[in-house]
Structure formats: C-alpha cells, structure tokens
Design a protein around this ligand. Structure first.
Ligand code: GTP
Ligand code: MG
Length: 236
C-alpha cells in the first residue's frame, strides 16, 4: 500500500467516524425526549386535580408554583398495548408562559390539554388572560409541521352557571381576534403568520382543536381520556 492509499483510507475512516458520531448523538438526543402531554390553563381551572386523577391519586391541591411531572400508560382503554407517556401539569401563573418555548423544546409534545374553568364569572374575568396564554402557546406550536393538537377541557360543568362548550368556543374566538390584532401592532415581524388567521377561527389552525366539556370533581372525564387514547392510537 503506498502512502497516498494510506492517506485516502485514513481520510475516509475519519469521515465515516465523524458522520457516525453525529448520527449517534442525534439519535440519542431524540430518543431521550419523552412523548408528553402538556396540561396548561389559567389558575384555578382544575389542571392539578385532573393530573392527580389520571394517576389514580385524589389529593386536594393548592395553587401550583412549579410544574408537576407524572407518568401514565396510554391508551387507558387497552392496557395490553399501553406504553408510558409523560404528563406535565404546568402552573397557571402568566409569568411561567415565557418558558413555554424551553419546555416544548425539551419534550416530544404529543398534544396540549388546555383546561378552562367554565363557571360564568370566572370565565368572563379570565377570558383575556386565557386568550393571551393561548396566543403564546399557539405562536410556538403552529410553527411545527401540521401544528400540535389541542384539547380544550371545558371543566366544572357540574356548576349551575357553567357556560356551554359552544359559547366558550365563540367567546374565545372573538377574544383571540382582539389579542392577535393588538399583538400584531406591537410585534409585526415575528408574528406575521397570524395575519393569515384573521378573522380568527379555530379551524384555520394547522393543529386539530377539540372542545369537550366535563367535570373532574364529578368524574366526568371520559371524553378527555378518549381524546388522549385517540391521539396515541391514531397518530397523525
Ligand atoms: N366545581 C368544580 N370544581 C373543580 C372541578 N375541578 C377542579 N375543581 C376545583 O377547582 C379548584 C382549583 O383546582 P386546581 O386543580 O388546583 O387548579 P389548577 O388549574 O391546578 O390551578 P393552578 O395550580 O393555580 O394553576 C380546586 O378547589 C378544585 O377542587 C370541577 O370539575 N368542578
Ligand atoms: Mg395546579
């Protein structure tokens, strides 16, 4: 073997190892990202109560000041084929919303469960904050191919003055319109894709947006749990 052949073989081997290391690192990086469902929503909407119930716990909760991480096996309806999924119960305080991006980059996001307190007075009081939170997370999830799927969990349907799902959807759509217009005034460049979504309608988004009512307190959570199963069994 002459010296040119030795140099060539060395170069090829070097290149192969660099490419190999790159693939191994990326593969490892991807495989450590856990498939995750994120539970978000405003304070007092019932996120932690549902998070606990999903894991078979029944503790009374106090307002969360940090994220709770848990694990469930999905689909819930077919234990024989169930696999572990991470669930993250994210605190409602607005200041934490600025960390959505870091959180989503750290996980393999399968879907967002957005919990809404449907009690008339609470809903009216929080409507603007709910729309701002939704705007912030959609700004991130809509940049993924096909967006990400959302379940709007219209909670506390047991209360006599709970608003029906369709009403919540329409009021939220109208409030989103206002929030989008005001955000576009301040931040035109980074948010330009929102222009195409005005006037705002949930069906214009890339991700699927499902609204389903229920009550964690009364155990009316079947529709929400079916939604989790559906995403796992029939991924897009
Ligand atoms: N009536 C009624 N109350 C509920 C229901 N689900 C939860 N709650 C109550 O709502 C309150 C707030 O519930 P949490 O689960 O702590 O709310 P959270 O969304 O985790 O709130 P933060 O941690 O502050 O973001 C508690 O007093 C729950 O018992 C429901 O379906 N109906
Ligand atoms: Mg909580």
């Amino acid at each position: 073997m002459d010296s040119i052949q030795i140099i060539l073989i060395t170069l090829i081997l070097g290149l192969v190892s660099v490419v190999g290391i790159y693939y191994i690192q990326n593969f490892e990086l991807k495989s450590t990202k856990k498939p995750t469902f994120l539970i978000i929503g405003n304070n007092y909407s019932g996120k932690t109560t549902w998070f606990m119930k999903l894991q078979g716990k029944k503790k009374p909760t106090i307002s969360s000041i940090e994220a709770n991480y848990g694990e469930i096996r999905l689909p819930l309806s077919q234990d024989s084929i169930a696999k572990p999924f991470q669930i993250v119960d994210y605190p409602g305080y607005l200041k934490y919303d600025n960390l959505f991006k870091n959180l989503i980059e750290d996980i393999n996001l399968k879907g967002v469960c957005f919990v809404i307190d449907s009690e008339l007075n609470n809903f009216n009081k929080n409507l603007n904050l709910i729309a701002i939170k939704l705007f912030k997370i959609l700004t991130i999830t809509e940049t993924y191919p096909n967006g990400k799927d959302f379940l709007f969990m219209v909670n506390k349907s047991d209360l006599f003055n709970s608003l029906p799902v369709n009403k919540i959807r329409t009021l939220l759509e109208a409030e989103m319109n206002k929030v989008i217009e005001s955000e576009l005034k301040n931040n035109e460049d980074e948010l330009s894709f929102w222009h195409d979504l005005l006037p705002f309608k949930f069906e214009k988004l890339n991700g699927n947006m499902d609204f389903k009512s229920g009550s964690v307190l009364k155990g009316k959570t079947q529709d929400w749990e079916n939604w989790l199963d559906e995403i796992v069994v029939n991924p897009q």
